[in-house]
Write a protein that binds this ligand. Structure first.
Ligand code: GLU
Length: 297
C-alpha cells in the first residue's frame, strides 16, 4: 500500500446515514487505490461524552476498520503549536482581536470578498494591540495570507477556485483551528487522499494554501454529495431513524443498512463492504445529493 485515505469525524453525536455513507466512500476510494484507510477523531471542539467510542463501534459494525490506531486530535496540541511557530518565524502570524460580530459587519462591506476575513487587525501597530489588550480583549491568531484565491483539483468536481483569507490558526479560546489541525494531521498521517462531504469543498483552497506554506504536500481531494432529509435540508436527527442504532432498534441489521448505503452510491445488491470493493467504482456514484426518506424513529 502507498499513501492513505481517511475518515475524520467530530465526536459530537452519533453518525447518521450520510456520515456513514461518506465513511464508506472514503474506505472505498482508499481501498480501490491501494491506500491505507485511517480514522481520526477531530475532538478539539463539540465533543459529546462517549460519542467517539460509539462512532468507532458503528464504523466497525459496517466493516470499516482502520489500518492503524485511531489518531485523536486532542493529543496533538504540540504539533499544532509547532506549526504555528513555524509560520510565526516566517512572519505569517498576527493577533486578531475582532469579535465575530465585528467581522460580520466588516465582511458585509461592498468590496469584501465573500466569506473572507476583512483584514481589520492585519496591520495594527504595537500601540493599537496594547490598547486592545488593556481593554481586556483576547486575541485569536490569524495567518497573514498573500493570496486571495487558490485553485484545487477535485477528482469528482474538477478544478475549483475558492477564497483564501487570513484564516484563524488558533481561536480566541486557545483551541487550534480546524483548518490548521486538518492540514498538520493529514500530513503527519501520510494522508494523500481526502474524501469528505462537499460542504467542505470551500475549505480546500485554504487548506491547500496552508499546506504549501508549511512545506507539506497537497492531498488529492474527493468531495462527495451530502445526504439530505425529506425536506431537502441537511440530514439530521429530526428526520427519523437516521443512525445505525436507530435502524438496529427498528429490527434492521448492519448489512441492511450497508445495502441501503450501497444502493445510494450506485451499487444496489451489495450487502457488505467486501461486495462493494469488488463491484463499486467511482463512476457509479450519483452526483446529486442523496435524499434519505421514510422511516419513523
Ligand atoms: N471533522 C470534520 C467534520 O466532521 C471533517 C473534517 C475533514 O474531513 O476534513 O465535519
Amino acid at each position: 500500500m502507498t499513501g492513505a485515505g481517511r475518515f475524520a469525524p467530530s465526536p459530537s453525536g452519533d453518525l447518521h446515514l450520510g456520515n456513514l455513507r461518506t465513511a464508506v466512500l472514503a474506505w472505498l476510494f482508499a481501498r480501490r487505490s491501494d491506500r491505507a484507510f485511517l480514522i481520526r477523531m477531530e475532538d478539539l471542539d463539540r465533543v459529546r461524552e462517549g460519542s467517539a467510542e460509539r462512532q468507532l463501534a458503528d464504523l466497525a459494525a459496517l466493516g470499516l476498520d482502520p489500518d492503524e490506531p485511531v489518531l485523536t486530535q486532542s493529543s496533538r496540541r504540540e504539533a499544532y503549536d509547532h506549526a504555528i511557530d513555524t509560520l510565526r518565524f516566517a512572519g505569517r502570524v498576527y493577533e486578531c482581536f475582532c469579535t465575530r460580530r465585528e467581522i460580520q459587519q466588516a465582511a458585509s462591506a461592498p468590496h469584501a470578498p465573500q466569506g473572507a476575513y476583512p483584514g481589520t487587525c492585519r496591520n495594527l501597530t504595537d500601540a493599537e494591540r496594547d490598547e486592545r489588550r488593556r481593554a481586556g480583549r483576547r486575541a485569536a491568531l490569524r495567518l497573514r495570507a498573500d493570496v486571495t484565491t487558490r485553485a484545487v483539483h477535485d477528482v469528482l468536481l474538477g478544478d475549483h477556485t475558492g477564497v483564501v483569507d487570513d484564516l484563524v490558526l488558533r481561536r480566541t479560546d486557545g483551541v487550534p483551528a480546524y483548518n490548521l489541525a486538518v492540514v498538520v494531521d493529514d500530513a503527519f498521517q501520510g494522508v494523500d487522499q481526502i474524501v469528505r462531504g462537499d460542504d467542505l469543498l470551500s475549505s480546500s483552497p485554504r487548506q491547500a494554501y496552508l499546506a504549501g506554506l508549511l512545506g507539506l504536500p497537497v492531498p488529492e481531494y474527493v468531495h462527495v454529495p451530502l445526504a439530505l432529509g425529506p425536506t431537502g435540508t441537511r440530514l439530521a436527527k429530526r428526520d427519523g431513524a437516521v443512525t445505525l442504532r436507530d435502524r438496529l432498534d427498528a429490527g434492521e441489521s448492519a448489512d441492511d443498512v450497508l445495502a441501503e448505503i450501497a444502493a445510494s452510491i450506485g451499487a444496489p445488491g451489495c450487502r457488505t463492504v467486501g461486495d462493494l470493493v469488488t463491484r463499486w467504482q467511482p463512476d457509479l456514484l450519483p452526483r446529486e445529493p442523496w435524499y434519505v426518506l421514510g422511516h419513523d424513529a
